[in-house]
Design a protein around this ligand. Sequence first.
Ligand code: GH3
Ligand code: MG
Ligand code: MG
Ligand code: MG
Length: 313
Amino acid sequence: MHLLVVDDEETLRSVVSQVLTADGFKVSEAASGEEALEVFRSGSHQLVITDIRMGGMSGIELLTRIKEHNPDTQVVIMTSHASLDSAITALRAGAYDYLVKPFESLDLISAVAGRAAEKARLVAQNRELLEQLTHANEELQEANRALKEMAVRDGLTSLYNHRYFQESLAQEVARSKRYDKRCSLIFFDVDHFKHYNDTHGHPEGDRLLKGLAGLLTANTRACDLAARYGGEEFVLLLPETGKELALNVAEDLRSRVAEHPFAGGETQPLGRVTVSIGVAGFPEDGADAAALLSCADQLLYRAKNEGRNRVVG
Ligand code: GH3
Ligand code: MG
Ligand code: MG
Ligand code: MG
């Protein structure tokens, strides 16, 4: 434990210093408050024993400065019988204890310094525990955030999952109703995906779904919500968007998919990877979430029946 002894009387300083060195402390000395502050700032003293009345900076001011710099440092004050009042002031300012000069016994110095050192050790330990706790808490919060995010995402594509989409659709329709706004739903399904899986294998099929999700995300506005509805079915919820605009978005999406050079696309019945899309608008196609979804689903099936790779609204 590093200890700093501060007194302008050299004899007294060296007596205290010798006693505490014998007790096993690593002792530095300073002859004034100013010097003490300099030594303190450049070292790592956990304990300071200082005289109160010195030429220049007083022991009380030194105490205050030290506490500002490192509140964990323990400071013991040395005072004379004549100035016990300033000892009280020092205690109020955060001193650990005081020693009265002339010293009745050197053992007393050892005892007080020993207790102050123990306190400094406990304070440092507490600080360390607190830091560990804070760190653990931050990690926990981060894990919680990640967990919450995982709960709303689809594992394969990282798009929002079915449950989150259903909740969002219900909310969006309710919001649109209340504020007399429009919103639209784009529902699409990969054409002949069974054939793709049969030709290239399920893992390649998974890769295709991921690629498709990437294409979808890259072409979705921040306010739109893209989700994986089920196996090879995806949805795009467009808040505050009328059906005419949604049809344009859907057509754009359809052509982007058809033009995208997905691996193995040329082996598909339509000669590339394509999607069929149904587009439903609120309020004209359904008065609630279920009706809107059912309408988009029916329109999607019409797109399939009419030859696939098309948008029906
Ligand atoms: P259609 O054009 O009529 O939609 O034909 P389709 O073959 O796509 O339709 P169908 O519903 O008959 O087949 C869907 C296929 O999607 C069957 C299923 O194995 C596959 N599928 C569903 N989920 C996944 C998945 O997560 N990964 C892979 N690789 N395939 C999936
Ligand atoms: Mg003095
Ligand atoms: Mg399907
Ligand atoms: Mg399909």
